[in-house]
Design a protein around this ligand. Structure first.
Ligand code: CO8
Length: 263
């Protein structure tokens, strides 16, 4: 499927940035199976596009980033269907987490349940002042299932994650920033410009180095320190095999800006 054929998601490219906009306004961009499937297509397409160095995920409009998994669709699921839906959502979000290029969630409104988990699968989260975060699943008698029980405690620590998950309470953008869930809070009007500006700062650097260091950081989060350090040495060894490394070090010594060619 071409991204242009997607019904619930918009995909654009601008100056080496891929932009995925969740666009199902009648349900506040809630994730039904079709939307999740389209998200996977969009992620795969931009992930494999050599012209795209950074991916931004946002929600269309000003009200919602994503208001969670689709409650109407989940209501009549059998336990096995729910389990399958969870595996599907988890795999799409892991695809995002494992993308070899940086990802930025630009959260423009409600990021609840699966929406908060979608933001958590990105490398960095920018939020508008009106954004709201929460994992309200227990208020529905279920619990987070698209990675929230794992990624949230890794990011903000288990006690704060448990508080948010056990109470199901929503927090505003400032509180999300204070607890380390959000990198930066900006105005609604400047959200996309800020996200693109952050992407451009990343794009100025050696893209192979970025790819390698992302894999080192991600791998290190799930293994003991010694193993993470060993992995870091391996990825750095690979960085030393690139033309970009020669260009970057020479440019510094020649007092000029580097011109990386991503080789
Ligand atoms: N699913 C389906 N439809 C939704 C969702 C949703 N998650 N959220 C909002 N909508 C729909 C509403 O039903 C409404 O539709 P309609 O106009 O047809 O009645 C429309 O969007 C607008 O919503 P509201 O009228 O409720 O708008 P408000 O401004 O009054 O409230 C809120 C906005 C606070 C965001 C409110 O809509 C809300 O609380 N939504 C639900 C949030 C939520 O609980 N999310 C978690 C869902 S569970 C989840 O994500 C689990 C993930 C993985 C588990 C997998 C298990 C199988």
């Amino acid at each position: 499927m071409e991204p242009t054929e997607l019904k619930n998601i918009l995909v654009e490219k601008e100056n080496n940035i891929g932009i995925i906009s969740m666009n199902r306004p009648k349900a506040l961009n809630a994730l039904n199976s079709e939307t999740l499937s389209e998200l996977r297509t969009a992620v795969f397409t931009l992930g494999n596009d050599p012209d795209v160095g950074v991916i931004i995920i946002t929600g269309s409009g000003e009200k919602a980033f994503v208001a969670g998994a689709d409650i109407k669709e989940m209501k009549d699921m059998t336990p096995m269907e729910a389990r399958h839906f969870m595996h599907f959502g988890q795999s799409v979000f892991s695809d995002i987490d494992n993308l070899p290029k940086p990802t930025i969630a630009a959260v423009n409104g409600f990021a609840l349940g699966g929406g908060c988990e979608l933001a958590l699968s990105c490398d960095m989260i920018l939020a508008s002042e009106s954004a709201k975060f929460g994992l309200p699943e227990v208020t529905l008698g279920i619990h987070p299932g698209f990675g929230g029980t794992q990624r949230l405690p890794r990011l903000i620590g288990s006690a704060k994650a448990k508080e948010l998950i056990f109470t199901g309470q929503m927090i505003d953008a400032k509180e999300a920033e204070r607890i380390g869930l959000v990198n930066k809070v900006v105005s609604q009007e400047s959200l996309m410009d800020e996200a693109k500006g952050l992407a451009q700062k990343i794009l100025k650097n050696g893209q192979i180095a970025i790819r390698l260091v992302k894999s080192a950081i991600n791998a290190g989060l799930n293994v003991p320190l010694e193993k993470g350090l060993a992995y870091e040495a391996e990825t750095q060894g690979l960085a030393f095999a690139t033309e970009d490394k020669n260009e970057g070090l020479n440019a510094f010594l020649e007092k000029r800006k580097p011109n990386f060619n991503n080789r």
